[in-house]
Design a protein. Structure first.
Length: 109
């Protein structure tokens, strides 16, 4: 009985781990658009990625120099840094189907 348990654990250890999604949400202050974008992004991640994500919120009013690195032209903007390739979505993510396709969480129909 112990051997089976050990074998199961060993098999589970060899499975590749699902990639951690690294997302950046660029906002300007605590506006309604920014809050909507964050709420929608969290909802997508909780339902589609189940704990395999990290969201970093960057307020460009406090750190304007950070906009240059990801070439941010409008806010709110979500940048998916990992997994590659990098993807960018502008807006508050209200169009669920479009946002999921843009983040590559659901294949395009």
């Amino acid at each position: 009985m112990k051997t089976k348990t050990v074998k199961r654990r060993a098999t589970a250890a060899r499975r590749p781990l699902a990639p951690l999604w690294q997302l950046r949400l660029y906002v300007t202050g605590s506006t309604a658009q920014s809050q909507t974008a964050l709420a929608n992004l969290k909802r997508f991640c909780q339902t589609q990625l189940a704990g395999r994500y990290r969201i970093t919120v960057i307020d460009l009013l406090k750190h304007p120099q950070l906009a240059q690195g990801d070439q941010i032209l409008a806010v709110p903007t979500v940048v998916r840094r990992l997994p590659k390739p990098v993807r960018t979505i502008i807006g508050n993510l209200s169009d669920t189907a479009r946002a999921l396709v843009g983040l590559d969480l659901r294949p395009a129909a």
